[in-house]
Design a protein around this ligand. Structure first.
Ligand code: HEC
Length: 117
């Protein structure tokens, strides 16, 4: 019982600290953390290199292909992608609306590489 009370107290502290930050605008810093910790093993995050996972678009290219509104919808609905030749499901990730906004704010800080077109 004591343990349970401690847990509840702890959770409410996190909520209290978390709320003011969440009430602010989307944060590219938080978005960058998401990208680094959850996406970087497959998607290139920098300005020039290819993605570690074949077929995963480097993040600097994503906003050339999606409007931020569409991307936000896709990220919060969950992008499910399976990709040949590996043919495994690579994406079953789903972000909260806050995470998606942060992630898109981060994408907007990436400079797209000059396109040959
Ligand atoms: C296991 C590897 C892997 C991880 C981890 C991963 N992705 Fe992907 N992602 C892919 C692949 C492969 C594709 C391309 C799928 C296709 O075209 O069918 C893709 C496609 C995408 C697309 C669509 C890009 C486009 O322009 O069509 C977005 C957006 C995306 N990923 C976001 C993310 C985000 C955000 C994360 C982290 C929260 C993440 N991915 C983590 C492998 C991964």
């Amino acid at each position: 019982m004591r343990f349970k009370i401690a847990l509840i107290a702890c959770a409410s502290t996190i909520v209290m600290i978390g709320l003011p930050a969440r009430a602010e605008d989307a944060s590219s810093a938080r978005g960058g953390e998401i990208a680094k910790t959850r996406c970087a093993r497959c998607h290139a995050l920098d300005e020039a290199t290819a993605s570690p996972y074949p077929g995963a678009y480097p993040f600097r290219k994503v906003l050339e292909r999606w409007t931020s509104e569409d991307l936000k919808t896709a990220l919060t609905t969950g992008i499910i992608a399976s990709h040949p030749p590996q043919d495994e499901t690579v994406h079953e990730m789903k972000l909260s609306p806050e995470e998606a906004a942060d992630f898109i704010a981060y994408l907007q800080t990436l400079t797209p590489a000059p396109s040959p077109r």
